[in-house]
Design a protein around this ligand. Structure first.
Ligand code: SF4
Length: 320
């Protein structure tokens, strides 16, 4: 059985990210923080910085918080019950089941999109996702053996990643080919079915790049909760569903001065919406408010900045 720390770390990194991208980050984290207590003792900014490029930064903040809870409340050892694991920050049903099965050898069934695909094909489930999730979970549990549940879970994960591929399953190479109902019925490639997607809505905002007399840029930390929580950003208006009108914008600027609108906009796609930001620049200084810093643009690489803000800065810095 694998060590819980490594299983947990890899499963958190693999959420929304492919294996090839994760491997160097996983090895780097293990070398830099070889135990969960070492990770718990790290600064959040160091962890966010090491996470840069993996995206979905809430995972990194929860990773650090979870390490601190395991170190402080569980003596540095992960709990070995579903309830105990689900009570930890950033651990949902999939990760809890993966840790229970792979690290503790318990009969548990992690079900993610890959395993939903394999199970829907094996049993020829034609109901559409997300409605079919409950049934697929139940079937995955039925399929899980009492012994070597961790090997079983990893075998299904590997099958989904290498053989039972989304568009073109390689059924001729599949060890389950003889019992697979989806293959027998000739519908495997069309499964799992999905309900039609709702269009991703647009949101709009205005971002402000303010430079003081020493050429430093004003940055602020986003609230801990919510999208890009705890990350640094340039000040901006809220992001909303309709474009901002000129008289509304000034109230959100970090300084009452002349703001120069830059040509073009910065676009970024989040999971649930697309964002279009106008960028404005100005010169002027003032003492930083709580959560704000003045930072030299040449040293921005020191900070854990979300991709969106890097795009804004590339746009803003290119124009000054
Ligand atoms: Fe997937 Fe084909 Fe194997 Fe069925 S036989 S599990 S569809 S690869």
């Amino acid at each position: 059985m694998a060590a819980p720390y490594g299983v947990w770390l890899s499963e958190i990194m693999l959420q929304q990210t492919v294996v090839k991208t994760v491997i160097p980050y996983y090895l780097h984290f293990l070398a830099r923080w070889p135990t969960i207590t070492a990770l718990a003792a790290a600064d959040l900014d160091q962890v966010l910085h090491a996470w840069q490029g993996l995206g979905y930064y809430a995972r990194a903040r929860n990773l650090h918080k979870c390490a601190q809870v395991v170190a402080a409340k569980h003596g540095g050892a992960f709990p070995d019950t579903e309830a105990g694991l689900l009570a930890l920050p950033g651990i949902g049903p999939y990760t809890a089941a993966a840790i229970l099965a792979i690290a503790f050898g318990q009969k548990a069934s992690p079900v993610d999109g890959n395993i939903e695909r394999v199970v829907s094909r094996l049993y020829a489930v034609t109901d559409a996702l997300p409605g079919a999730k409950g049934e697929l979970r139940r079937l995955a549990q039925d399929l899980t053996p009492g012994r070597r549940a961790g090997d079983h879970a990893q075998a299904l994960m590997d099958l989904g990643a290498t053989v039972c591929l989304p568009r073109a399953p390689i059924c001729s190479d599949c060890p389950l080919g003889k019992i697979c109902l989806g293959r027998q019925q000739g519908i495997a490639a069309s499964l799992p079915r999905r309900a039609p997607k709702v269009a991703r809505p647009n949101r709009y905002g205005v971002a402000f790049c303010l430079f003081d007399g020493a050429g430093r840029l004003l940055l602020r930390r986003r609230p801990e909760q919510g999208l890009l929580g705890g990350m640094m950003e340039v000040p901006s208006t809220p992001w909303r569903g309709e474009a901002w009108r000129e008289p509304e914008i000034a109230a959100f600027a970090p300084l009452d001065t002349h703001w120069r609108p830059l040509p073009g906009t910065v676009s970024h796609v989040f999971t649930h919406f697309s964002l279009e930001l106008q960028v404005r620049t100005a010169s002027g200084g003032r003492p930083p408010a709580p959560g704000e810093i003045w930072h030299p643009p040449a040293n921005l690489a020191e900070l854990a900045l979300p991709t969106l803000i890097k795009k804004v800065l590339r746009h803003g810095l290119a124009e000054i």
